[in-house]
Design a protein around this ligand. Structure first.
Ligand SMILES: [Zn+2]
Length: 111
């Protein structure tokens, strides 16, 4: 990770400058939750598959298939959503908010 940060207006170096990544954190959480919800809904397909197995092995297959499908979908959705939210949030931080902090002098400034 080597990113170009703007120079601190006080110190005139960027060696202690960090991006204030508010939107990235929010985006990661929001994306994860949304992704989990969507993944769970998408995993209705898993429920149907489970039900198909259930028709061969009644009751057990339906229950396990539905649970596994829903859970796997939610987990996969969470990670996919979190990754997307993280990327989108970071973009917002850099391009929309663009706020930086210098850890050397404590100055906060816009990039
Ligand atoms: Zn500074």
């Amino acid at each position: 990770m080597s990113e170009e940060f703007p120079k601190c207006p006080q110190c005139e170096v960027n060696t202690h400058v960090i991006l204030i990544n508010t939107a990235q954190k929010v985006g990661t959480v929001a994306g994860g939750v949304t992704g989990a919800a969507c993944g769970y809904v998408g995993a209705e397909a898993g429920t149907i598959a489970g039900a198909a197995i259930g028709s061969v092995v009644p009751v057990i297959g339906t229950g396990i298939g539905a649970m596994a499908g829903g859970l796997a979908g939610a987990v996969a959705g969470f990670f996919a959503g979190a990754a997307t939210g993280n990327a989108v949030g970071k973009k917002v931080d850099v391009e929309v908010i663009g706020k930086y902090r210098c850890n050397r002098c404590g100055e906060e400034f816009e990039g």
